[in-house]
Write a protein that binds this ligand. Sequence first.
Ligand code: FCB
Length: 471
Amino acid sequence: MENDASAVVAAAPHAQGGPHTDPFTPPADSSLWRKDFLIGAATASYQIEGAVNEDGRLPSIWDTYSATPGKVLAGDTGAVACDHYHRWEQDVDLLAGLGLEAYRLSTAWPRVMDEKGAPNRKGLDFYKRLLERLKEKNITTFVTLYHWDLPQHLEDRGGWLNRETAYRFADYADLMSRELHGLVDAWATLNEPWCSAYLGYCVGRHAPGLTNVRFATQAMHHLLLAHALALPVLRANDPRSHKGIVANVGRGTPNSDSAADRRAAELFEIQHNAWVLDPLFKGEYPQDLFELWPRAEPLVLDGDMQKINAPLDFLGINYYFRTNVASDGGAGFTEVPLEGVERTQMGWEVYPDGLRELLIGFKKTYVNLPPIYITENGMASNDQVIDGRVEDTQRISFLKRHLAALDQAIKAGVDVRGYFLWSLMDNFEWAFGYERRFGIVHVDYKTQQRTIKRSGELVSKFLKDRNAQAQ
Ligand code: FCB
């Protein structure tokens, strides 16, 4: 790998249009122009940091999983990723230069604690320096404690199938909030417990790669318990910051108007959304889930559900696509891919209406819903640098349409306070490795050169216009 640490390429300036003449800038009446609506970008530790063997970092389940042949496309791993562990100063400059107001990052549990639970100073110092620099640049910080990189030694003792892991997570949250208090504006306990539980334990497409539905429901319960045990710890150690959790949500629509297909779409959303949101906001698992998965109820101890149902300061929502579903002829649903719809490099349908529909639906379903941040939204495309430029036309249009749908939800009364693009830069896209590019900044993995894509330039231009207007 060539070492070119200073290489951030600022693309040549485009012809400057007025604020409403480019293909991105929201219309003048959009809520996105409100200065108090936070706009930022997101990343996650394993996807960008690299340096997996440095400064006392222990192996995580993603090191193990990605080293297993056949699990990740092209055999890619997060060993180097965007080399952010060494290039973090340059990456903070990039964020600040783009005018992004907020940054959502995650901390790597195996970097900051050893097997006995003792702090690893070098790992903690990395996050301390990073967060201090972000604060110097006036960037609002959202820190996720668990974005899937479970220490392998905990997996060796059962991982999320072991109730103990939830208590170890609370210890980790205790350490982080004692060390980093004052530098974090908002803590999220978990990123997308659905992915950890379902993809990791039911279909094996994520680490640890297990395939048993009863494992999935038990892992979900222990993940939610971990969240619940960490909350009071975070509140005690860092009272000023906000505390919440991040859930991925899916829109399911029926393939036909038949009662069976409509029920299938309902079950899809119960499995994707209510499985996580009902425990958090109603204090119970949706019983319909066990119509889909008979005899898969998790073991729940007295008092667990009350703890999981504790009030939150915010809910993070990650939204990407919708799924068209039909009845599978039995008690379940099956996906029926729609023909002729727009899709991204992931094969995911571009469906901005889903974001509005889900947000309005959640507001109706959950009476005690806290303020929402869209903590991830974005798309992958096969972006290439040509003559120093990256023209990611589909992403620009994707973002514009999703921000319009979000504005509609806000105008319909949903309390959404901010929006984070996934992602700041191209990175290790889990089972899809480096092939799928989600960034508003392109990363050349051979040279680690960052190139701001056209979408990044336009987001930046909008933020600068918005700032100028607020002066
Ligand atoms: C989400 C993950 C994030 C990224 C996007 C594309 O499910 O939270 O890390 O991989 O999908």
